[in-house]
Design a protein around this ligand. Structure first.
Ligand SMILES: NC(=O)c1ccc[n+]([C@@H]2O[C@H](COP(=O)([O-])OP(=O)(O)OC[C@H]3O[C@@H](n4cnc5c(N)ncnc54)[C@H](OP(=O)(O)O)[C@@H]3O)[C@@H](O)[C@H]2O)c1
Length: 334
């Protein structure tokens, strides 16, 4: 049985990684914070490991203690990260510096894994060409447009220059599935007969269902691939209109298209961000989110990933949305 540490294990993607790792018979260590909500980590097979990623000394101590019990983790999937923050510097602090703390502490304690897998994001590449709408290619030069994307690119660069541990970087596009909140907001709007468009209805988008993403990452532990970055999508490009059409068909609702002009969304995003900052809270709509929502091209070419890991996504947007909506309804979210 391989020992696998999954950080951010209690979050949306993390909890699916844990489920899949148990399914694939790994010995699972769930890295969480002392304050984390553990509602979705209820299997008795999981070993919950409170970690303070801000404190390299405590991390080293933790690994030294664990060394008397296990030789090492075979694999570490570092999935913890922030996608919304109060202060823009928090992106770099958590997504970049905390990753460095984690890896360096494992190395310093002579407890480094066989493979370190980083959950990055397509945001590290930035959007694709808005003129020809060609998919973003793995060989393109990264041009992140958000603080979030820049923090993910910075940590990717750190990982690819360190010499200690073989690594894999995954750059998922938008991830959706049970418990995710952005899709839920869209479904709620459609339930009220509103089809909101911020960018053009022809905006190019790509998606990955959370269960497919989890299966790919857990399987990648035993692959011979290393020291490379991979896009993750379901292999299709969708338009924003297709996303709305599939959602309304599944919810069986008619909708009125509401096209919100970009300048209005931009001002609103800035305003909500400032209000949230004053209250020390995060806002779902903020200046980073505005830049993402208003970019016309988030399609990506993930053929290389499919080939490298023999990865065949089981879900396209249609059956992924169907399963998600069933879950939201069953859990009284819709
Ligand atoms: N959702 C997407 O569409 C998407 C797309 C591409 C990449 N990603 C990446 O996937 C990863 C997981 O995202 P998610 O969507 O599952 O978000 P999520 O539900 O918010 O989960 C984030 C996880 O990271 C942990 N975390 C946050 N701040 C931390 C800190 N300061 N110290 C330690 N742990 C911390 C959270 O712990 P608490 O619960 O204690 O806060 C939680 O377990 C992130 O790295 C994100 O960048 C997400």
């Amino acid at each position: 049985m391989s020992k696998i540490l999954i950080t951010g294990a209690n979050g949306f993607i993390g909890s699916f990684l844990v489920e899949e790792a148990l399914l694939q018979k790994h010995d699972v260590y769930a890295g969480v914070r002392k304050t984390s909500n553990l509602n979705h980590l209820n299997s008795s097979e999981i070993q919950v490991l409170p970690l303070d990623l801000s404190d390299p000394t405590s991390l080293r101590q933790k690994w030294t203690e664990l060394k008397s019990v296990i030789a090492r983790f075979d694999y570490v999937i570092h999935n913890a990260g922030v996608t919304q923050v109060v202060n823009p510097d928090d992106f770099d602090r958590v997504n970049n510096r905390y990753t460095q703390n984690l890896l360096q502490s494992l190395v310093d304690a002579d407890f480094a894994p066989q493979k370190f897998i980083l959950m990055s994001s397509l945001a590290a590449m930035g959007p694709g060409n808005e003129e020809n709408l060609a998919p973003i290619e793995p060989i393109d030069t990264p041009k992140p447009i958000t603080n979030y994307g820049r923090s993910k690119l910075k940590v990717e660069q750190y990982l690819s220059t360190q010499q200690y541990v073989p690594y894999l970087i995954f750059r998922p596009t938008a991830v959706y599935g049970p418990r995710e909140k952005d899709f839920l907001s869209l479904f709620k709007a459609i339930n009220r007969h509103i089809a909101p468009y911020i960018s053009s209805p022809n905006q190019r988008l790509s998606f990955i269902y959370v269960k497919d993403l989890a299966r790919l990452l857990i399987t990648s532990t035993i692959s011979s691939e290393s020291n490379k970055a991979f896009f993750v999508s379901d292999g299709y490009t969708y338009t924003c209109k297709q996303l709305v059409d599939i959602s309304k068909k599944t919810l069986d609702k008619w909708t009125m298209p509401i096209v919100i002009p970009k300048p209005i969304v931009k001002v609103l995003a800035l305003l909500l961000e400032k209000i949230a900052q004053a209250r020390h809270q995060t806002s779902v709509l903020n200046s980073d989110k505005y830049k993402e929502l208003s970019s016309l091209n988030w399609s990506c070419n993930s053929k290389e990933t499919e080939k490298a890991f023999n990865f065949a996504p089981k879900y396209n947007l249609e059956n992924g949305i169907k399963e998600s909506i069933q879950w939201y309804k069953k859990n009284n979210c819709l």
